[in-house]
Design a protein around this ligand. Structure first.
Ligand code: SAH
Ligand code: ZN
Ligand code: ZN
Ligand code: ZN
Ligand code: ZN
Length: 437
């Protein structure tokens, strides 16, 4: 099937239960083909949300009304407010009455037990468990829609300590529930001045956090499900009172749609900018965008001020791991940031070292290439310089005279003029992207 191209969030777009739909078009060889259509922003799997409408389609009043009702019916059973009240009641219960239904992924109040009797449930839910919802809830692993990959403790600790060392006191956690949780639980245990606001589409988290700690948010269309009040919560959080500096940390699912993410992040960055009367001069809201290294060129297209750090972000449950020579899992996931690279100190005990020429920390295998005059490895392995390509390439690649570039030994020499959807480079399609192999 022809690749889909996102035309972006369009004004006046129709809504599905996940907020305004996005406008797409089928493309072939870089040319738009056929009618444009709207589809769900959050779910790339039709099974999760089958919203579809042609851009030029006339939708009758009856169908519009039916759609509105459908959207209403497909909202969560409890509102955030209700969940906050339920939580207050839940924590008052003795341990023996604290149950969590694993099937409904819901904290149960005693009056509700009966309805869940034939469901699997967890008993004696402790305060510690309530403080780590990301452990209590099962990760939504649906690849196309939620793709919930939780940080390994080591990576999460590293991120938090880095943020603190950089002087940030507020973290806008966009799709980073585990980082949020680490901040929240540290704040409840000790003198700890960092605060976090979680923005995530996973509404299950509303059972554990108040409206000031969690907003139900869709990062593909910048939709706040809680409307203007939630938007205002976010705006307030971004306002840097008493010089408390804010950073946004995001770890989105990477099933494509980089342009939709970039568009939302630009809106969040604009929100930050507007909180300051002087408009923060020419500054940008500091951002950590956590994403695989092979999306580097796509991210830099949208955010030229960003650069990629060598730090390998580790997860508890990630499918994209490769086993490196050392037997250690090699994660392809990196931090992209608009902060000055030399301020991002990577742990030397994990082999990272500072390159004085590049003025940044690099991974141990990343050799400084004298010809490129930079540390060129993207994946942590030592790369080799190709004089014909005039750049460094993966160690496993070779120079193909047909294609006139370095590539995998096994490849077909057909050219496509449009860039690959994943890495943005010409010469192959998404399905054959060497980054994914
Ligand atoms: N590593 C992070 C989790 C990243 S997984 C951590 O440990 O904290 C991706 C996260 O993005 C999940 O929490 C998922 O619920 C959220 N997410 C997925 N689709 C989203 C969307 N459309 N809008 C907002 N959040 C989304
Ligand atoms: Zn939808
Ligand atoms: Zn270097
Ligand atoms: Zn080189
Ligand atoms: Zn080459």
């Amino acid at each position: 099937s022809a690749p889909l191209t996102l035309l972006g969030p369009a004004p006046g777009a129709p809504c599905c239960p996940h907020g305004p739909a996005l406008l797409f078009v089928k493309t072939s060889q870089g040319k738009e083909e056929g009618r444009r259509f709207y589809a769900c922003s959050a779910c790339r799997d039709r099974k999760d949300c089958n919203f579809f409408q042609w851009e030029d389609e006339k939708v009758s009043e009856t169908r519009l009304a039916a759609r509105e009702e459908y959207n209403r019916n497909h909202q969560p059973p409890f509102t955030h407010r209700q969940n906050v009240d339920r939580y207050k009641n839940f924590v008052l219960l003795p341990l023996s009455k604290r149950r969590f239904c694993q099937e409904c992924q819901q904290l149960l109040l005693p009056a509700e037990w009966e309805e869940h009797l034939d469901h699997q449930f967890l008993c004696d839910v402790t305060t510690t468990q309530l403080k780590s919802p990301s452990q209590l809830l099962y990760p939504l692993e649906n690849k196309k829609t939620n793709a919930q990959y939780l940080f390994a403790d080591r990576s999460c600790q590293f991120l938090l300590n880095l943020l603190i060392d950089l002087g940030f006191r507020r973290v806008l956690s966009v799709g980073t529930p585990r980082l949020h949780e680490m901040i929240q639980s540290r704040a409840s245990q000790e003198e700890f001045s960092v605060r976090s606001l979680l923005l995530d589409i996973d509404f299950r988290y509303s059972q554990f956090y108040t409206e000031d700690e969690f907003c139900h948010y869709n990062m593909f269309n910048h939709h706040f499900f809680g409307g203007e009040a939630a938007r205002e919560t976010c705006r307030k959080f971004l306002y840097e009172e008493n010089g408390e500096r804010v950073i946004m940390v995001t770890d989105p699912p990477f099933g494509g749609l980089v342009e939709a993410l970039a568009s939302s992040f630009k809106k969040l960055m604009a929100m930050w900018k507007e909180t300051e009367k002087e408009g923060h001069d020419n500054k940008e809201m500091p951002v950590f965008w956590i994403f695989p290294y092979f999306f580097e060129s796509r991210i830099l297209d949208f955010f030229p001020s960003f650069s990629m750090m060598d730090y390998q972000v580790d997860y508890d449950n990630h499918a994209l791991y490769k086993h490196g020579k050392t037997g250690r899992r090699q994660s392809p996931v990196r931090i992209f940031t608009n902060l000055t690279p030399n301020t991002i100190v990577l742990p030397e005990e994990e082999g990272y070292r500072f390159c004085t020429v590049c003025q940044r920390y690099v991974s141990s295998g990343n050799q400084h290439c004298e010809i490129c005059n930079s540390c060129t490895s993207k994946d942590g392995r030592r790369w080799k310089h190709c004089v014909l390509c005039k750049k460094c390439v993966k160690p496993s690649w070779f120079h193909c005279n047909n294609c006139n570039c370095c590539t995998l030994q096994k490849h077909s020499c057909e050219k496509t003029d449009i860039g690959c959807f994943v890495c943005g480079k010409a010469g192959h399609k998404r399905s054959a992207c060497p980054s994914l192999s």
